[in-house]
Design a protein around this ligand. Structure first.
Ligand code: FAD
Length: 468
């Protein structure tokens, strides 16, 4: 056992320090199976103090650290580099909900709480914590903060950055910053918590957070709507917002190939409509109104959309079970794609109104270099965010497919750049998009990012090889 591992075992207990290669393996490969790293050890702190002790021991030995939450990230951010020189810090044991404060609409959760546990704790206090992702049973709050997660309710409630009131962080030198304030107003200087949100573990380890709660909606109305094309989907979003205002909580685009993958690979999934359509949106309204009034509002909006040619068919859920079945079609797309095999993924955003142009131009440019290209499109159209993925055509082998990534990225990301968009809307940069990010950000912006990194982590010990 090396000196660092011995010191870590002494600090937090040998049973929480794993250095056996087989026991470490599940922590060292990412969810997509795209990256596998190596580590000196995996450590599992049970408290903020233990996390600080770990960081102090690693910092004094000049050993880099890789924070990990639920390991559901899609950019290799939580996977150590193959050099094997770092310690992986898994936050999963810190899973206490410290407080639920309904009067102040705030909750304090430790970094290792699953997102689903936070949602349930809020519900227990008759409140809503609105962040919602398909991975919510496995991803952890610290990971959600560190990736500034988005998901399916950003349209109404914003992404994680909008939902965090305060954070507690262990800094790269082992000091603890307790910024767990749950104030709505606090203009006492730089808003430091923002630095750690979306930092992907490169500036410190988040150990707890104060999160914003909302009144719990009493009713939801859900519909699966077939639209003639993406332009109609964008116009339907406007119509929905004009008629239903803030009640529109989700507006998800699902292309035909994405739906087909779910129907093909996920058991018990049923096509929601009788006909076959190229484009669909999954729409949800939520409100304190009673259920019938909300259903009526959604049905009348869809009828108006069909009358004006913005929609061609729709299924409105008439029970909670039906609503869940519609959501399952959307939420299983990533899983179905994983089962289908290797894919080249993009997580882009452009202004909502530019989405139809993006889809048309990207499809034309990709088809020109790759006539049998299989494009799988889905995502949070209401936020201008699409998951624009390429599945491997059957005839091509994996190595040849991966070799095309650079050419494909150039087409997709150059177009995103031309439309004033982002090459990573919600998944982050990690290892996967580090070079791409450097290509598309201005030198000034990269300089500012490097200056922040140097100021907080001068020895580069926090999650090296990620983001910048
Ligand atoms: P991890 O994967 O463990 O880590 C992610 C990054 O955060 C890494 O860089 C890691 O070092 C860092 N990190 C983790 N914990 C801490 C901590 N406590 N302190 C400092 N740094 C830390 N994402 C979305 O935004 N929207 C979606 O709709 C969405 N859908 C998904 C669906 C599926 C099926 C899957 C598998 C993933 C999806 N994701 C989505 C991606 C992923 O779930 C999110 O990025 C999530 O926020 C990651 O949380 P995690 O706990 O798994 O973090």
């Amino acid at each position: 056992m090396n000196d660092v591992v011995a010191a870590l075992a002494n600090a937090i207990g040998a049973q929480y320090v794993i250095d056996d290669p087989a026991a470490m393996a599940p922590y060292l490969t990412d969810w997509r199976g795209r990256y596998t790293g190596r580590a000196i050890a995996v450590v599992r702190p049970g408290s903020t103090q233990e996390t600080a002790d770990i960081v102090r021991i690693c910092a004094s030995a000049n050993v880099p650290m890789v924070p990990q939450g639920g390991n559901t990230g899609l950019c290799g951010g939580a996977t150590p580099l193959p050099d094997g020189g770092s310690v992986l810090v898994s936050m999963a044991r810190m899973h206490r909900i410290r407080t639920v404060d309904a009067a102040n609409n705030a909750l304090v959760a430790e970094a290792g709480c699953t997102l689903a546990a936070v949602q349930q704790a809020a519900e227990g206090g008759d409140r809503l914590f609105p962040l919602s992702l398909a991975s919510e049973g496995s991803c952890l709050v610290g990971g959600n903060i560190s990736t500034n997660a988005g998901g399916v309710q950003v349209l109404r409630y914003g992404n994680m950055r909008d939902l965090v009131l305060g954070v507690e962080v262990v800094l790269p030198d082992g000091r603890v910053w307790n910024g767990l304030r749950s104030l709505r107003k606090d203009n006492t200087g730089y808003d430091l918590k923002q630095l750690f949100i979306g930092a992907e573990g490169t500036l410190g380890i988040v150990t707890a957070a104060a999160l914003k709660l909302f009144p719990r909606p009493r009713a939801r109305a859900t519909a699966w709507v077939a639209v003639p094309d993406p332009r109609a989907a964008v116009d339907l979003l406007s119509l929905l917002r004009d008629r239903c205002g803030e009640r529109a909580t989700a507006f998800e685009l699902v292309g035909r190939s994405a739906l087909d993958l779910v129907l093909q690979h996920i058991p018990a999934m049923r096509a929601p409509l009788a006909g076959v359509h190229d484009w669909h949106v999954l729409v949800e309204l939520a409100d304190a109104l009673d259920g019938e009034a909300l259903d009526d509002m959604l049905e009348r909006t869809i009828a108006a959309a069909i009358d004006s040619g913005l929609a061609v068919d729709a299924a409105v859920a008439s029970s909670i079970a039906q609503a869940h079945a519609l959501w399952a079609l959307r939420e299983n797309i990533s899983e179905a794609q994983k089962i289908e095999g290797i894919s080249i993924k993009h997580d882009i955003s452009v202004p909502v109104s530019a989405i139809p142009d993006f889809l048309l131009q990207a499809q034309q440019a990709l088809a020109a270099i790759w006539p049998d290209v299989r494009i799988v499109t889905f995502g949070h159209l209401g936020d201008g965010n699409l998951h624009y993925n390429l599945s491997k055509p059957g005839a091509v082998d994996n190595a040849e497919f991966v070799a095309r990534t650079r050419d494909v990225n150039r087409i997709v990301h150059d177009l995103v750049g031309a439309l004033n968009g982002s090459i990573s809307a919600e998944h982050g940069i990690g290892q996967l998009k580090r070079e791409e990010n450097a290509r598309y950000k201005s030198e000034v912006e990269l300089d500012l990012m490097r200056a922040v990194k140097r100021a907080l982590d001068p020895h580069g010990l926090m999650n090296p090889g990620k983001v910048i």
